[in-house]
Design a protein around this ligand. Sequence first.
Ligand SMILES: [Zn+2]
Ligand SMILES: [Zn+2]
Length: 563
Amino acid sequence: MTEVSQPGAVSRALRMAQTLATEVVEQVAIENGVCLHSIPMRVTDTHSSSAEIVNLPCGSTQESKCPPCARRAKALRAVQCREGWHMEAEPVRAPAEATEEQRRLVMVRAQWEAWRAEAAELGESTDAIGLAIADLDAEIERSGLGGDVLGRAVPVKRTRSTRRRQDAPDLPRRQRSSSTVGRTYAAPDGRAYRPSMFVTLTLPSYGRVRNGVPIDPGTYDYRRAARDAIHFSKLVDRFVQNLRRVAGFDVQYFASVEPQRRLAVHLHMAVRGTVSRADLRAVVAATYHQVWWPPCDEVRYPAGCLPVWVAGDGEDGEGGYVDPSTGEVLPSWDEALARLDADDEATPLHVARFGDQMDMQGVLAGTPDADQRIRYLAKYLTKSLGGGIGAEDHARAAHAARLVEALRYEPCSAACANWLRFGVQPKGAKAGMVPGRCRGKAHKPEHLGYGGRRVLVSRKWSNKSLGEHRQDRRAWVLEVLGLAGEDGGVREVGRYIWRPVPVGDVSLPTRRVRLLREVARAQAWRAHLAELQARAREVDLPPELGEDQMIMASAGCGSAKIV
Ligand SMILES: [Zn+2]
Ligand SMILES: [Zn+2]
């Protein structure tokens, strides 16, 4: 009997062929900068009643999820970094422009909210829509719009007693100007220089390492490593505050958080303007962040005898966690903090500091060195922090596993389920919380304990939100292609109705077909751009089309139609 005569074998062979075909199509899509997981949307023109399907790029920043979107996100970050680093004039925010962008975002947001309600009503999953909304909210926040667009109450920040305030570090305090652009120096030949800095900050040693692996895992301080990673972004905030105090101007920065070989996070920072090396050293040495959290070094409730949730019966109807044997209600998060405040003997749970290994380079605008640093800052943003350990690298994989184990029961935030293990109700406690199963980013292997943003940008860096940079690039592409037109190639606001195409809609081509169509479109646009590039000397075009611009260009073709 041959294999082919078996029905099972035939379908298996067919399945394999199908899988192979999909892989090839995906590869072609990647090569052409086409999003792999675009969201099909039906766009109806209310004037003509005609409709078409537009594929919205997924917008992922991670190469493991969507390489083309991740590359575009990286290129956009490089643009943002470049535009802010050596600014010569004070950024001035034009309120009218901001309002335009914000209004657009809020309108899109409102539409998504309506879809979510509709999907919920139909009993469909709202997960994907929820994710899109979360992204939009982040974008709205970055655009500088305060509060919550839906008018939900913004939680009031608890004010700590003054005794627990962070002590001011021992640093010289300079007269502070509101300038954000560093000093200018005149060279003997009369030319002006406005130097900037590239700074690298690392965390302290937790034990000796060789090739990224502790020499003695038994004495390597995994707990300290875990807590430093969890509170790293706060430490960076403190550093910036102190730096501004010493520098005497409103220092602006673009920073990226990256993994070191030993699996600790560190920070690369492009800083506008300079301070002396001695001052920078003093700031790094004096900077610390105290974590005033309830104690969590002793396990009060190990697995097997965890606190029990009791539904509320009082007027407020809120439940709470109680001791499984005595029935005593555990202190709430606020109560635990109040106790800490009242205790004169209390010490912070953790004090985070930087290590001795600090690096600072002076950088001049427009030099190849500056370009190289910018590429470096964006280089690894599309990779997860904890990724990149080869399967054959057993020692480092074991090191990573020990760090993840140390992070497992470490509280990552006030709302972390792990607080139950230490006898405190997490902030906003609800039924079903289990220590060791918190879904916070910090506990996941790919984040190495760091749950914050990978790119940290100060408010007055480039004077533009990421959304505005994106709009700029899009406008540039449309301009080059001669598509700008009177409405700038952007759909008229309010004229079109956007709806996600439901799964199983018969009018929706298969994913493979949609990918191939987008590839054809990307190729046509690229060919057109290349042609314009070839004629660049005849027509008045922006400078040469570098890789970044080509990437942005292919983004433009996917999104030129998007409001
Ligand atoms: Zn994508
Ligand atoms: Zn957690």
